[in-house]
Design a protein around this ligand. Structure first.
Ligand SMILES: [Zn+2]
Ligand SMILES: [Zn+2]
Length: 651
């Protein structure tokens, strides 16, 4: 018999093979391809090519792995169409670097089943109400949103929902952003369920990945906690997906195969016909729109643990409380912080900038230190004693021959967390401080630092956005936002939404044990309306307003955006090709084509970058017509096109 086999490569269609074996859709097989043997899956449709006279090769062997569900295959087909990625590349996401594993001895999976002593946790009345609402229509596809401020106990509600599904014999998937930092979360899971979840992210060792992959395919492992890529595991009997922190923009995969894991989780649930729960303190604008339209059901938790209230907000006007030169913390702020420290409150200085200084230049020749590969300044990291490009990783030493004479004499303009840390130490020399950023916290020693922060042995933290991600610090009752940066508002259609999420998440870190807490915003901007807007205790007010702006201006979620990023080494050739490409696609595509314009980061990793934007209806037809047209256009070698459906970052 003839069978269609999809291979994990750049082809958008399966290849036809011959076989004497009894094969069905979803079976994993080994086939010859070119000079080598490859792993493939029996797909649900044949190659669309007219029957030419070509030699049909034979399937070599069927692998001993439970077949891939038809629904999962349908999902991957749709995924490839929606994100404009070849089907073979979609299949590749499901495999282990082009490979699969046959079953391990059964005892290999036992570590995920060992009963661990669990704690009895009683839900509050409000939590029980949410759980009941969440569990409606649990036997089919539906989307439920659980909204609740940080510290209101959302996790326990969805753990209960998951327990029910597991007890019915199904598997469950919990998607989390920032998976590297889930130590606290895993312990919570074990305490509740009494067994170990399988944890899946890019940093997991190869052998463990193999065990988890086959445990999922064979239904020997029941629950996965994972980052984006866990969405593509070959679940045998998936019964529920949970997307925690659904608003988090790190669900968007921005490199390689570009997709949004939250949105793809919803469509996988739809193809598998199973329920999905989205969990958040402040829903993303897309989710909020779907709640308003009645497409998603909603439950809300209002009470915080121990009845803690959300922090108060205070604005420190830097026009009145002037900063001294080379200083970024005002006298008034210092007084406020002293007041909190005396009450044994922990204090956080927040600045979303790693390193010491984002702009280094020479006093004599005025030349800045910029990246030779990217059109961006290098950031000075004093602790590492070098300059770093945060985009391509380029490193340089702080020593340079001057255009005038001798060596350059540098000045540093603007602060990063390291510089704020120096100023904090000067003002509070007797206090323990630490920097909380990806430079300091992604190391082995970080769990020890976390422990010391939780025990209030470290009184002052200086942190980047990393700290807004789900940490629970009981003594943190004072947050100083060093420089509230609302400047991105102009270029980024999501700027306002991003700020709302950031400051909401950030203030959720404070006041979690019932003591009064305050967030101080240092700013020169006298128009404080923006700050009041994003810190309003009822985020729905802001979301309603934002949704109205989007509607009026025909922006997502009311229209579909598709970004086309064209890159090349030769600036003038790139520009010419981009215009040619625009003219070529304009008449064929269902939607308006804007651009080309130079990308905000015009040069990145030695390549120039130009962007086009397609604005169209929310229909797969837009992607389909675009995919067809792109296929017909030939870029010269050295020029590359990247397609980003529903872009979040516009840099
Ligand atoms: Zn660079
Ligand atoms: Zn110089």
């Amino acid at each position: 018999m003839k069978v269609p086999i999809l291979l994990p490569n750049i082809f958008n269609h399966p290849f036809t093979y011959d076989s004497d074996l009894k094969l069905k859709i979803g079976d994993y097989v080994i086939v010859p391809f070119g000079k080598s043997n490859l792993m493939g899956v029996v797909w649900d449709e044949f190659e669309k090519k007219k029957d030419k006279d070509f030699l049909i090769k034979k399937v070599l062997r069927k692998l001993d792995i439970p077949f891939l569900n038809k629904n999962t295959i349908k999902f991957l087909n749709w995924f490839s169409e929606y994100n404009m990625i070849p089907k073979g590349m979609a299949l590749k996401l499901l495999l282990l670097s082009n490979n699969v594993v046959e079953k391990f001895p059964i005892k290999t999976y036992e570590k995920f089943k060992i009963g661990i002593k669990k704690n009895k946790i009683e839900l509050s009345k409000e939590q029980k109400n949410c759980l009941n609402k969440m569990n409606v229509s649990n036997h089919k596809f539906r989307v439920h949103v659980l909204q609740g401020t940080t510290g209101s106990g959302k996790t326990m509600v969805y753990f209960e929902a998951l327990k029910k599904i597991i007890n019915m014999g199904f598997q469950g998937l919990i998607l989390l952003p920032e998976i590297g930092l889930t130590g606290q979360f895993q312990n919570k899971f074990i305490e509740f369920f009494g067994f170990k979840p399988a944890v899946w992210h890019s940093g997991v060792a190869k052998k463990n990945k193999e065990i988890i992959w086959s445990g999922i395919a064979n239904d020997e492992i029941k629950v996965v906690i994972g980052a984006r890529s866990s969405l593509f595991l070959p679940f045998k009997k998936l019964g529920l997906i949970i997307v925690d922190e659904e608003h988090d923009q790190s669900y968007k995969q921005d490199e390689g195969v570009i997709y949004n894991a939250r949105d793809m989780a919803i469509s996988r649930a739809s193809f598998e016909n199973i329920p999905i729960n989205l969990i958040t303190a402040v829903p993303s604008i897309e989710t909020y729109d779907n709640i308003k339209k009645g497409k998603y059901s909603l439950s809300k938790l209002h009470q915080r643990y121990l009845n803690a209230s959300l922090p108060n907000y205070e604005i420190i006007n830097l026009n009145n409380s002037k900063l001294e030169t080379q200083s970024w913390i005002s006298k008034k702020t210092i007084e406020k912080v002293k007041f909190h420290l005396e009450k044994k409150d922990q204090v956080l200085f927040f600045l979303n900038r790693r390193g010491f200084s984002p702009h280094v230049l020479c006093k004599k020749c005025f030349t800045s230190y910029s990246c030779p590969n990217c059109s961006i300044n290098l950031v000075y990291h004093k602790n590492k004693q070098n300059l770093l490009c945060h985009y391509c990783g380029y490193k340089a030493l702080l020593i340079r021959d001057c255009l005038k004479d001798g060596k350059c004499d540098f000045i540093f303009s603007g602060p990063g967390v390291e510089r704020i840390s120096e100023e904090v130490k000067k003002n509070f020399p007797t206090k323990e401080t630490t920097i909380f950023s990806s430079d300091t916290m992604n190391k082995k020693s970080s769990s020890e630092i976390l422990e010391r922060i939780i025990n209030n042995e470290i009184q002052i933290l200086i942190g980047t956005q990393l700290i807004s991600k789900g940490f629970h610090f009981p003594s943190l009752n004072c947050i100083v936002v060093v420089d509230i940066d609302l400047s991105s508002q102009g270029h980024d259609l999501r700027g306002a939404e991003k700020n709302l999420q950031l400051y909401h998440q950030l203030s959720g870190r404070a006041g979690r044990t019932g003591k009064p807490a305050t967030v101080y915003f240092q700013t020169y901007n006298l128009d404080t309306k923006m700050i009041t807007d994003i810190t309003n205790k009822d985020p729905d007010i802001f979301l309603d307003k934002e949704l109205e702006i989007r509607r009026k201006n025909n922006l997502p979620p009311f229209q579909r955006f598709i970004a086309l990023i064209i890159t090349g080494g030769n600036e003038s050739e790139l520009e010419k090709e981009a215009y040619k490409f625009k003219v070529f696609i304009e008449s064929a595509v269902e939607g308006r084509v804007l651009g080309p314009v130079n990308a905000p980061i015009f040069r990145l990793k030695r390549k120039f970058r130009v962007r086009l934007l397609i604005r169209g209806r929310k229909s797969l037809k837009v992607q389909n017509s675009l995919a067809k047209t792109i296929k017909k256009f030939k870029f010269p070698t050295g020029i590359k096109l990247t397609v980003d459906v529903d872009p979040i970052n516009f840099n």
